[in-house]
Design a protein around this ligand. Structure first.
Ligand code: ZN
Length: 162
């Protein structure tokens, strides 16, 4: 198990546009393994490569704890509906805020074998995919928060961090 240091809001790497992945090599696979280890250790449901300081278009998501998914060079094909709820980010520790996002997403991406796939997600999965996808373009959820950014400790433990 190898975890990497999670970069926090204010670090410039989180504000940059990530580069397309041209090939998946040993280093890429190591990065993906480390991203899962880092995400699970931090009890997050998603993690994007820039959150560990790597400017590549890769993110990982696991909203159930048993369904790890890798997205390389993702494209959001479709969104629909609306959901409003608490959201957090491993790069903004201890904080949470209310964010409205689409309730449905259809995404095309490549897996760790560079095989293309399409996936549809709703609710938390849609939220996680859209949150992580924003990281690849240098955006954090705090830009979308309605009202105040709250301290997680002040709330019930119902929010998720990605
Ligand atoms: Zn995040």
């Amino acid at each position: 198990m190898a975890t990497r240091k999670i970069r926090e809001m204010g670090e410039s790497v989180l504000g940059k546009v990530c580069k397309e992945v041209k090939e998946v090599n040993k280093r890429t696979l190591d990065l993906i393994d480390d991203m899962f280890d880092t995400m699970y250790e931090a009890q997050g449901v998603g993690l994007a490569a820039p959150q560990v300081g790597i400017l590549k278009r890769i993110f990982v998501v696991d909203v159930t704890g048993e369904d790890p998914m890798v997205f390389i060079n993702p494209t959001i094909l479709e969104t629909d509906g609306e959901q409003t709820g608490y959201e957090g980010c491993l790069s903004v520790p201890g904080k949470t805020g209310t964010v409205t996002r689409p309730n449905y997403v259809k995404v095309r991406a490549y897996d760790e074998n560079m095989e293309e796939f399409e996936l549809e997600g709703e609710e938390l999965l849609a939220r996680a995919i859209l949150h992580e996808n924003d990281h690849l373009d240098g955006h954090l959820y705090v830009e979308k928060v309605e009202g105040e950014l709250l301290n997680t400790a002040d709330l019930a433990d119902e929010e998720e961090e990605a």
